[in-house]
Ligand binder design. Structure first.
Ligand SMILES: Cc1cc2nc3c(=O)[nH]c(=O)nc-3n(C[C@H](O)[C@H](O)[C@H](O)COP(=O)(O)OP(=O)(O)OC[C@H]3O[C@@H](n4cnc5c(N)ncnc54)[C@H](O)[C@@H]3O)c2cc1C
Length: 405
């Protein structure tokens, strides 16, 4: 039997970041290992990383390697119209910086972030196991995780970063409140002729938001929210037909469009765990919460879990306390519940409000957007919220250091 103080299950961006953060804050005082069930990841999405998440990546020492692939978002326009309307009227624009010279968000390909984190993990001395982590009942002083190849790991604390379908969450009997949106997000990388200037666009259409998110070079990533029952026939079309459909939604402002990756559909849903932990177990990232990508915040929420949990564990370890103690799980739950619930409800409400063609609702929301557009202070607040570096954020997201950094 192998023994570690902390075992992390799941090597997505959340699990990798958590392993590196803990390695730094614990300064070798406690041992950490990571288990990942899949040999390779083939996610060709790009994600919006808030300024707070970027600061975490910087603190972890991986930002310099990621930066060449990171496109700063300078401003954002929001339109609201029907698909066949001849123009997409702009109801809200906002732009600005999180701090002097620091963009409020960057678009970064998943692969660039994962590769840099994996490289840092390889040099960190964190032991990595391959296989699906299964948990036996917690026993005195620890919890036991087994892998299919017979490896048995005993640890004080198990951190489940195993994604939305978390088996560790279900096996621990933690309830999962969830529903499907009957929408899918079709994602692809699109080549363009003209420069995007770092501008993101969100076109609210009756089937859901269509996001144009700038990437480095003359490219953008699209997140096209569409009714799930239409997705199969859309994806069966040839490239020329699909590009025509995309042009109907975004227009020709960026010149001719070209598909640079095969479009892929992700069914969209909502989910939140009734508790963020159980005996000697904490849920982090999508294992604890899944939200609509309308505001590009799901992973950012997970990285805030990482930064908050690392602070709590570091404090307990510094006092020589058991990091698997119930007080760690309770402190983590307290620190993350409000932010998670409010972001989940806001994104759910936005999707319901905007993926709707009823005329009175349309008039009301466009009036609301128009009012906000004339309120610079409110827009400034929106930017600061999107940047996620406010005082109530974990210290690493605010750019502060912790012992070990
Ligand atoms: C269309 C779309 C666009 C999005 N855009 C954005 C965006 O712009 N910004 C943003 O912040 N968020 C965005 N999100 C949300 C984001 O994709 C997720 O929040 C994020 O990927 C979750 O990361 P994770 O590490 O928690 O989980 P995952 O990425 O699901 O990783 C879980 C890992 O655990 C492994 N695993 C599973 N079970 C086990 C086990 N038992 N043992 C060991 N390993 C296991 C899996 O192989 C996987 O590698 C978007 C989502 C969608 C659908």
């Amino acid at each position: 039997m192998k023994r570690f103080d902390i075992v992390i299950a799941g090597g997505g961006i959340t699990g990798l970041s958590l392993a590196l953060t803990l390695k730094r804050v614990l300064r070798g005082a406690l041992s950490v290992c990571l288990i990942e069930s899949h040999a390779g990841r083939d996610d060709d999405r790009a994600f919006a990383f808030s300024a707070g998440s970027r600061r975490l990546l910087q603190a972890l020492g991986v930002w310099d390697a990621i930066e060449p692939d990171a496109q700063p978002i300078h401003d954002m326009v929001i339109t609201d119209s029907r698909l066949d309307d001849p123009v997409r009227p702009v109801f809200l624009t906002f732009g600005g910086e999180a701090a002097h010279g620091e963009s409020f968000a960057h678009m970064i390909p998943e692969q660039a972030v994962t590769n840099s984190l994996q490289e840092a993990i390889r040099h960190s001395g964190i032991e990595i196991f391959k296989g699906e982590a299964l948990r036996s009942k917690p026993e005195a002083g620890g919890t036991v995780v087994t892998l299919a190849d017979g490896t048995v790991i005993k640890a004080s604390l198990l951190l489940a970063c195993d994604g939305a379908k978390s088996r560790l969450r279900d096996d621990a009997g933690i309830g999962w409140i969830h529903w499907a949106y009957k929408q899918s997000g079709i994602v692809a990388t699109i080549g363009i002729e003209r420069e995007h200037g770092g501008r993101a666009e969100e076109h609210f259409l009756p089937s859901g938001p269509f996001a144009v998110l700038p990437l480095t070079g003359n490219r953008f990533t699209m997140v096209w929210t569409e009714a799930t029952d239409r997705v199969r026939s859309l994806l069966a079309r040839d490239d020329v037909d699909l590009i025509e459909e995309i042009e109907r939604r975004v227009g020709l402002r960026l010149g001719n469009l070209k598909l640079l990756s095969k479009p892929r559909a992700y069914p969209l849903g909502f989910g939140i765990a009734r508790r963020f932990g159980a005996e000697r177990l904490a849920l982090i990232g999508d294992a604890a919460h899944v939200i609509h990508p309308i505001a590009g915040q799901g992973l950012n929420l997970g990285l805030r879990d990482v930064a908050a949990l690392a602070e709590i564990i570091a404090d307990h370890a510094a006092l020589g306390l058991d990091v698997g103690d119930v007080s760690v799980i309770e402190a983590y739950e307290r620190s993350r519940r409000a932010d998670t619930v409010s972001m989940s409800l806001v994104t759910d409400g936005m999707n319901r409000l905007f993926s709707n063609d009823a005329m009175p609702l349309r008039l009301m929301r466009d009036f609301g957007l128009g009012v906000v557009d004339r309120m610079p202070r409110v827009k400034g607040r929106l930017i600061r919220e999107a940047a996620a570096i406010n005082g109530h954020m974990p210290r690493l997201m605010r750019g502060e250091t912790l012992p070990g950094f």
